[in-house]
Design a protein around this ligand. Structure first.
Ligand code: NAP
Length: 474
């Protein structure tokens, strides 16, 4: 089946169309339209024209549209998961979990659409401000350009489209070229739910052409991007006065302090490391274990890792499937080799079986090796030991990234110290860094990005505050 662009409420042929292959089987799944530069601008124009009417639609109607999308997702849960599994090689049980989270994300968007508040401002707190009543309202920005990555093709679209529509913005969405089908499916649901034409446009094609169109076009008021730091930085540097939020990569760490019951936590840490082949921005990559527990932690971690099943993403028993591309497999293998050449011990994994990289466990990697200090974005962890809490906090902070950290400890003082001293967007005590539910504020510091998602917080990003002051005349 051929997938066309979705502009101004209509299917539109692209400049060309390209085959889309399954990363696992390499079979052709679909043919997908690729937009020309002009078509990105046409989509922006459609969103621009739809904005004045859409921003005046009452909140309850925007909420009802989002609620209908939730109902369609619930109805088609299995089918949506299969779509994700096919285009992203995401194991079906993880794909089902993504659909469930997408349902939550749009549910929160529908709820938040009904509670976008301002506040009253006591202007008479300053001399000269007497005799006035003042309040703020939050207004939508206008056309929001959203760019999404391949790894959560449905829920990361929801994190951009949900808050934008909840607050009365219009959207041009450019999904990742490998995973366009989930995004088009969502556009179809919004159309069925009665979203006016032009409010949501989905345009596939070159990321570079999309990026250039979005940064240069004055009608785009905001760019919301999730993806790699290199692209995020380029967008930020070229976006001028447009608002920009960036959700970028990480090399997330977990700390396992002395005295922790490791049998209780090892399965959870393995899940955090290898879910969706480690292609998750908050995947566990660096594990620091107190020396007193190190040997037994490694032993249990490897035993648990060996239980994971590699295979077809459409099979329910599969835990790990193919990486998104062969280039990624090669890059990660080179990084593993570099770490081993520099003295790390390859404790488990490292082999490629039918385009699937085995879950890989390295011990005592140098923290300056790519496998530690850059984002692996694959099924690879390293486990290192520490003796002092100071030392491990310093090691975790010694990173260009700062998204989330997990800290397992029984010592409440250390928990509070870690919360205070770790320079990241979120500290998860007695949990893996991979923890996320969809209404919490989520985002990073340093190279992990700027701005926050989590519906209420994303709505703050896609709206601006207007102050209204009434001077009393009597
Ligand atoms: P990517 O290569 O940066 O691609 C992300 C999106 O940007 C795709 O739609 C891509 O289009 C587009 N793009 C590429 N070049 C562009 C340009 N010059 N201007 C504008 N857009 C451009 O990232 P990815 O490989 O899909 O995703 C992996 C990265 O995303 C990792 O670093 C991961 O940590 C990060 N991520 C972060 C979060 C978070 O919430 N912090 C969540 C998920 C993923 P094409 O596909 O057409 O190239």
């Amino acid at each position: 089946m051929k997938q066309l662009l979705w502009i101004n409420g209509e299917h539109v042929e692209g400049e060309i169309s390209e085959p889309l292959y399954s990363p696992y089987s390499k079979e052709m799944i679909s043919e997908v339209a690729r937009a020309s530069k002009e078509q990105f601008h046409e989509a922006i124009q459609a969103a621009h024209e739809a904005f004045p009417t859409f921003k005046s639609i009452p909140a309850f109607k925007r909420a009802e549209i989002l609620e209908k999308v939730v109902a369609f997702l619930k109805r088609d849960r299995e089918e949506c998961a299969r779509l994700i599994a096919q285009e992203a090689a995401k194991p079906i049980k993880t794909a089902l979990a993504e659909v469930d989270r997408t349902i939550m994300t749009y549910t929160f968007a529908a709820q938040e659409a009904r509670r976008i508040y301002g506040e009253t401002i006591p202007l008479d707190a300053a001399p000269g401000g007497e005799g006035r009543v003042a309040f703020t309202v939050r207004e939508p920005l206008g056309v929001v350009a959203a760019i999404t990555p391949f790894n959560f093709p449905m829920n990361l679209v929801a994190h951009k489209v949900g808050p934008a529509i909840a607050s009365g913005n219009t959207v041009v969405l450019k999904p990742a070229s490998q995973t366009p089908l989930s995004a088009y499916r969502i556009a179809h649901y919004f159309h069925e739910a009665g979203l006016p034409k032009g409010v949501l446009n989905v345009v596939t094609g070159s990321g570079k052409i999309a990026g250039e169109a979005f940064v240069k076009d004055e009608r785009v008021k905001m760019i919301t991007f999730t993806g790699s730091p290199v692209v995020g930085k380029w967008l930020r540097e070229h976006a001028g006065l447009k608002r920009v939020t960036l959700e970028l990569g990480s090399n997330s760490a977990v700390i396992v302090d002395e005295g922790v019951n490791i049998s209780n936590i090892v399965p959870r840490v393995v899940t955090g490391a290898f879910t969706y082949q480690g292609q998750v921005c908050i995947s566990v990559q660096r594990i620091f274990v107190h020396s007193s527990l190190y040997d037994s932690f490694v032993d249990q971690f490897v035993k648990e890792t060996k239980k994971l099943t590699l295979g077809n993403p459409l099979h329910h028993e599969t835990d790990i499937s193919a990486l998104i591309s062969e280039e990624e497999v090669e890059r990660i293998q080179n990084w593993i080799q570099e770490a081993v050449n520099h003295g790390a011990r390859l404790e488990y994994g490292g082999k490629v079986i039918n385009r699937m990289l085995q879950p890989t466990v390295l011990l005592n990697a140098s923290l300056s090796d790519k496998i530690s200090c850059q984002e692996v974005f694959g099924p690879v962890v390293h486990i290192n030991r520490f003796d002092y809490f100071d030392e491990v906090i310093e090691a975790v902070n010694d990173s260009s990234y700062g998204l989330q950290v997990g800290v397992y400890t029984n010592d409440v003082n250390k928990a509070f110290r870690a919360s205070r001293e770790l320079h990241v967007g979120g500290v998860m005590i007695n949990e893996i860094p991979t923890f996320r539910v969809d209404h919490m504020p989520y985002g990073g510091v340093k190279m992990s990005g700027m701005g926050r998602e989590g519906i209420k917080y994303a709505i703050e990003e896609v709206t601006e505050i207007k102050l209204i002051s009434f001077k009393l005349t009597e």
